[in-house]
Design a protein around this ligand. Structure first.
Ligand code: C2E
Ligand code: MG
Ligand code: MG
Length: 562
């Protein structure tokens, strides 16, 4: 949530300075008089009268503690016990460290140290506190999460910020706790059981933080944020969470993971700190050997690098830095292998980093949705290349493009392809669409519908990286697909590992009975090639024949030799 300081700049707010010492009133008043209208009181009693009179217009009270007649503490107690006054923020002015804790407990919002030092900081603190109290949406928003009773994120950030301010010397950690595939719990055991699991996790976190100054919130469904003093033992937290889950159900095995950004830098925004923690947490995805990860310099460099890539993508698209390479696929059914198709693969000729492969940048763009812009660029380039072949009377081979999962959420996708195809004088059958197997797992109905719509237009679908995901082998019997592309990892070992060969044979048999052709990719050596051919594989793509290359090189390769 953003606190709006804009209004505070436009309208002069009313500030009450309560201090028995003339020089202190003068000093503070002098710092604030340009921005605020100021009232003064010399002791608690006088202050209380002014506060009662101007309760509705008073933006903040700046309160000294040691005063005759009525002390600051006493005044604070009266204000905070009064329904009509307690919404007015109070900043305590003090020279003593001990007094801070006591006044915060009594309901002060912040404190300013005496003797007054940097006027800029003092003004910023006052403006910030006023802004915080004035932001209606903030006041209305819930402080706590209904389900777990932990803080909501807005309040959590605010309190975590306060924790920094009140403990400037303290080293703190930002940690994220998350359950991998939590949606499976809901799907398998129902939502109310899922809620119980989240409550149990919340309880474990509360117990863990009980004797500390640490704070926690539930940020999204199954993601918890923790902000606490720096320490090295997050395994303790993990154990506690796991044991609470076990109490709920002995048989339930969840992959709880924790990402920590240790000893946070205070000039980094709170949101960013947790995004670093999330980064660390994400490195544990699918890793069932490690449960806690720390954000470190290498990750830091990587995220800075990723930020650069995200910033650069638009310029790169405009300046044609992305290039489409083509890797031929060979049909090996006959006596001689013949080029029967090709796959379009993107490359980035980055002005600073040189030629970058998709594995370096695709996942970054998948995370933020930019991938669909890049995909469209690649499709357009590819289809235009095919169109040029048509015009130049070069034999056209169907070319496959990769389609990301998020592209399939776009209902206009079939039309988009059709328009491009028609503009370039081509047919839908000139294009193959590769969709990775892992895309097939989540929301099946929507997904199948999207694929059916594409097939209805005449596009053929290749299921890419088959065998890499979690789907069972029989998905090929139920999914609308025209071609299977075996995952490279199967091919890698077929010549040296009987089991790998067995699996490949099994898939081949299954595909044969379904009359779905199989493409093997990542074929590098003759031994792999021979085994695949023996086992009835019809199409091969791999370095054994050729690497991906620019369009012109592929054209030369397709030209009949004289
Ligand atoms: P993929 O679709 O499975 O593409 C095959 C990858 O295997 C390509 O890597 C290719 O260069 C590589 N490869 C082919 N033969 C061999 C071999 O014999 N040995 C080895 N070690 N590798 C081989 P590349 O070009 O780095 O692409 C990686 C992945 O990035 C692709 O995997 C695809 O999923 C994705 N990708 C590439 N271009 C695009 C695109 O334009 N859009 C989207 N969404 N994804 C793309
Ligand atoms: Mg592919
Ligand atoms: Mg593949």
């Amino acid at each position: 949530m953003q606190i709006n300081f804009k209004d505070a700049e436009q309208i002069k707010r009313l500030v009450l300075i309560v201090d028995d010492e003339f020089i202190n009133r003068e000093l503070l008043g002098g710092m604030l008089q340009d921005e605020y209208n100021i009232l003064y009181a010399v002791n608690g009693k006088e202050a209380l009268e002014i506060i009662r009179e101007s309760a509705s217009t008073l933006s903040i009270i700046l309160l000294d503690l040691m005063m005759p007649e009525m002390t600051g503490y006493e005044l604070l107690e009266v204000i905070k016990a009064d329904e009509a006054l307690k919404q007015i923020p109070v900043i305590v002015l003090t020279a003593e460290q001990d007094a801070e804790v006591k006044s915060l407990k009594l309901g002060a919002s912040d404190f300013i140290k005496k003797p007054y030092e940097n006027p800029e900081i003092i003004r910023a603190r006052i403006a910030r506190t006023i802004g915080f109290y004035e932001d209606r949406s903030f006041i209305k928003s819930a402080e706590r999460d209904d389900l777990t009773d932990l803080y909501s994120r807005t309040f959590f950030y605010e309190y975590a910020g306060m924790m920094d301010r009140y403990n400037t010397e303290m080293k703190t950690d930002a940690a994220i706790l998350n359950v991998e595939h939590f949606h499976m719990v809901n799907e398998m055991y129902g939502r109310s059981f899922g809620d119980k699991v989240l409550i149990a996790i919340g309880d474990a976190i509360k117990e863990y933080l009980a004797d500390t100054e640490g704070l926690a919130c539930r940020s999204e469904a199954d993601t918890f944020f923790i902000y606490m003093a720096h320490h090295d033992d997050y395994d303790g937290l993990l154990d506690l969470v796991n044991s609470k889950i076990k109490e709920l159900s002995k048989g339930l095995h969840l992959h709880v993971r924790i990402g920590v950004y240790p000893r946070v830098e205070h000039d980094i925004e709170m949101d960013q700190r947790f995004s670093y923690a999330r980064h660390a947490c994400n490195t544990l995805r699918g890793n069932y050997m490690r449960y806690v990860a720390y954000y470190d310099m290498t990750m830091r460099e990587r995220s800075v690098f990723h930020e650069h890539l995200v910033n650069d993508i638009h310029d790169a698209l405009e300046q044609g830095q992305f290039q489409v390479y083509y890797q031929p696929k060979y049909n090996i059914e006959g006596d001689e292998p013949v080029i029967c198709s090709a796959e379009a693969l993107v490359r980035w000729e980055h002005p600073e980093y040189g030629l970058i492969k998709p594995e370096t940048f695709l996942h970054v763009f998948e995370e933020n949705g930019l991938i669909s812009i890049l995909d469209r660029y690649v499709w357009k380039e590819t289809i235009e290349t095919l169109g040029r072949w048509r015009k130049d009377n070069i034999t056209i081979i169907p070319v496959s493009v990769n389609v990301s999962r998020i592209d399939l959420y776009d209902e206009g996708l079939p039309d988009y392809f059709m328009d491009l195809i028609e503009d370039n004088g081509l047919k839908a059958s000139d294009l193959l669409l590769e969709i990775t197997e892992s895309a097939y797992t989540d929301d099946n109905t929507q997904f199948i519908e999207a694929i059916e719509n594409l097939r209805a237009e005449g596009f053929r679908i290749e299921m890419d990286d088959f065998g890499s995901g979690y789907s069972s082998l029989n998905v090929i019997t139920t999914m609308p697909i025209d071609v299977i592309k075996l995952d490279m990892r199967f091919i890698e070992h077929i010549h040296e590992d009987d089991k790998a060969l067995l699996i490949v044979r099994l898939i081949m048999d299954m595909a044969r009975s379904l009359k779905v052709p199989v493409v093997a990719e990542g074929v590098e050596i003759a031994a792999q090639y021979d085994l695949l051919r023996e086992n009835g594989c019809s199409i091969i793509q791999g370095h054994y024949f050729s690497k991906a290359m620019p369009a012109e090189e592929l054209e030369a390769l397709m030209m009949p030799e004289d």
